[in-house]
Design a protein around this ligand. Structure first.
Ligand code: GN1
Ligand code: MG
Length: 357
């Protein structure tokens, strides 16, 4: 990172140190994230992606609204918000970029987890997030990305990309196009839920690497990536956990034939959501949770494939075919989830009995 930018950041955040040690950090696909070491204190620095998040002021307003609604002490983990700069704002403009600085939270982030017990801990944390804001007026939140989890719109964007693709459509791409077209039946179900279910304050990016666990993996220290907090359905947040936790290979794996649903982790996730939100949200919302696993896997696969067709304009990629590969990975998981519908139903009954729901 340029020396001039670092100097300006030191001034903006009053970091009275000689030297900043700055390294790329994490595995997010949107912002560029750095770990900053000042010798005495660590921070997370983020070069904000304003092509993806076109309304940074909506993010700040949402976070302020939520801060006014709850006492952070009521949460068993932290929600690290950006540090205010010398102008009293969250965003710092430097060299044509927008930067934010966050307190560094100690702990462990994972792209995949090993045990069902950890799945339950992760699930309880995200369910707790929904729980604490149940009384807030979700409709007061502004969209930080319009139509973010709108499956209908995502299919429309897919159709547009198909009309004039910016890449050679090879046979693997054709196969994926066919697969995702075939999944439109899930859209029907989505539209029914969308009519029936209440909007809640949801995190909307509950992939497992957006949690910071304690060193011993016994609890969650923080929930991060708060830019997508908006009004949504509870099944979105459960669904993205299923997508990133209850699978035998993570999103970046190329071993598609080894992708299966891990039913023990699935059980941990369902038990976590049931135990925190059971009796607090509608029965119909509890019933929608497994659909979320399929729907969120579908929407991510569809977005990856659309981005591949568009020529990788949205997600950061390490090589040109990566978005196609991500779409292939998600297709394998979606097939596996659909094949497990019967077993998942049995699990729902078992856990409802166990928790008297
Ligand atoms: C993005 O920034 P990151 O990697 O946590 C994306 C999510 C996708 C995810 C797929 C704003 O999240 O919607 O689920 O990649 N975030 C945005 O890994 O598009
Ligand atoms: Mg992230």
């Amino acid at each position: 990172m340029e020396e001039g930018i670092l100097e300006a950041l030191k001034a903006a955040y009053g970091l009275g140190v000689e030297r900043l040690d700055v390294r790329r950090f994490g595995s997010g696909h949107i912002h560029k994230t750095y770990r900053v070491d000042t010798g005495s204190e660590d921070y997370i620095l983020q070069a904000f992606n304003d092509q993806v998040f076109k309304f940074p002021e909506h993010i700040s307003a949402n976070q302020q609204y939520l801060l006014d609604q709850f006492d952070p002490k009521d949460l068993p983990f932290s929600l690290p918000l950006p540090i205010v700069n010398d102008r009293g704002t969250f965003f710092t403009h430097l060299g044509g970029e927008l930067y934010r600085l966050f307190p560094f939270v100690n702990g462990i982030t994972k792209d995949a987890i090993e045990q069902a017990g950890q799945a339950k801990i992760a699930s309880e944390a995200f369910a707790h997030f929904v729980l604490i804001f149940l009384q807030a007026d979700a409709e007061r939140l502004m969209d930080t990305i319009v139509h973010f989890h709108d499956l209908e719109k995502r299919f429309e964007q897919f159709d547009v990309a198909l009309k004039s693709p910016n890449v050679q459509v090879n046979s693997a791409t054709k196969e994926m196009i066919g697969f995702y077209h075939g999944m439109r039946e899930l859209l029907e179900k989505y539209l029914v839920y969308r009519k029936e279910l209440p909007l809640r304050v949801t995190h909307n990016d509950t992939k497992i690497n957006n949690l910071i666990f304690s060193e011993d993996m016994e609890k969650v220290n923080a929930l991060i990536d708060l830019d997508t907090i908006m009004a949504g359905f509870v099944f979105y947040d459960f669904g993205d956990l299923v997508r990133t936790v209850a699978c035998t290979k993570d999103e970046s794996s190329l071993e598609w034939d080894k992708i299966q649903v891990d039913m023990n982790k699935y059980e941990g996730l369902l038990e976590g959501f049931y135990s925190v939100l059971g009796g607090k949200i509608q029965q119909r919302e509890l019933e929608s949770l497994p659909f979320g696993g399929e729907m969120m896997t579908l929407i991510m696969g569809l977005r990856f494939l659309t981005d591949h067709l568009m020529g990788n304009v949205y997600y950061q990629v390490a090589y040109p075919e990566q978005n196609l590969h991500r779409a292939q990975n998600q297709a394998a998981l979606l097939r596996a989830l659909i094949a497990k519908r019967g077993e998942i139903e049995v699990l729902e009954k078992k856990l409802k009995n166990k928790l008297s729901l």
